[in-house]
Design a protein around this ligand. Structure first.
Ligand SMILES: CC(C)(COP(=O)(O)OP(=O)(O)OC[C@H]1O[C@@H](n2cnc3c(N)ncnc32)[C@H](O)[C@@H]1OP(=O)(O)O)[C@@H](O)C(=O)NCCC(=O)NCCS
Length: 227
């Protein structure tokens, strides 16, 4: 089913079958805007009151609830959820199976590996979140490894690198390296304190895009059945 009656879609944007855009979640729900040259993959649902930039990409069964705003070149892969009231700058890339709660703020060129869990309530069901539940602030060029958990309300400073599987329990200064549970903070090593490769976050297409060079899509040469 295709339903765009509550949405404006930019030129060159591909919307696959079985995508829902501008979902009227509330009687006063406003429209959704999707920029140019984007791709929404089959199974995606985008609520009303959402603004997605140019070159946005969703994976399959991506959920984008209300009041999400993104800059250009943002990606949210398969089965990841943006719970609503989320701000993303340019080039935020979220891999598959991530959970992003409401009131989470992303700067520019942030990368989240697969299976990242972000929280927005510190003592759920015990103490109130004052004034509201609040997700973290993740500044520019932060790299979050796969399977990381990030506690409510913390700030992860610009250019920091978080090792896979870490648990972030407190504010992280800019240019930090964090590893373990609870996450231990060190300055970035010389190896990681290098300019970010923005081809990771600025992607206008992926492996399965209709315009991708199919000759490049192959099994590794050292796999027996690759010929
Ligand atoms: C943290 C990281 C950058 C370390 O890489 P590295 O500098 O090459 O380090 P090494 O693999 O040589 O490991 C160094 C030590 O750290 C440990 N280590 C490596 N990764 C770790 C992690 N994620 N958490 C805890 N310890 C880790 C190693 O076991 C090793 O310990 P030892 O010295 O006691 O033997 C890397 O392992 C990592 O987590 N990268 C993120 C990858 C990711 O999530 N990608 C997502 C997209 S696919």
């Amino acid at each position: 089913m295709m339903e765009y009656d509550n949405a404006t879609i930019g030129t060159g944007t591909i919307i696959e079958p079985d995508v829902r855009v501008g979902f009227r979640y509330h009687p006063q729900c406003g429209p959704t805007t999707i920029g140019a040259n984007s791709i929404l993959r089959s199974g995606t649902i985008v609520y009303g009151d959402v603004e997605l930039g140019n070159y946005f990409q969703s994976g399959h069964y991506t959920v984008i609830r209300a009041k999400v705003r993104t800059g250009d070149y943002c990606t949210v892969c398969n089965q990841s959820t943006l719970e609503g009231i989320i701000r993303m700058g340019t080039g935020v890339r979220i891999m598959s199976h991530c959970y992003i709660p409401s009131r989470t703020w992303f700067g520019n060129h942030v990368f989240l590996g697969p299976g990242v869990t972000i929280l927005n309530s510190r003592y759920p069901g015990r103490l109130p979140d004052i004034p509201t539940p609040r997700g973290p602030t993740i500044e520019d060029e932060v790299m979050i490894g796969g399977g990381v958990t990030i506690m409510a309300g913390v700030t992860i400073g610009a250019r920091s690198f978080v090792a896979a599987g870490s648990v972030i329990t407190k504010d992280i200064p800019p240019c930090s390296f964090v590893k373990g549970c609870p996450g231990r903070i060190e300055p970035l090593s010389a190896k990681l304190d290098v300019e970010m490769d923005r081809t990771l976050t600025i992607q206008s297409r992926d492996l399965w895009h209709p315009d991708h060079d199919w000759s490049q899509v192959d099994w590794p040469d050292d796999w027996q059945e690759s010929r």
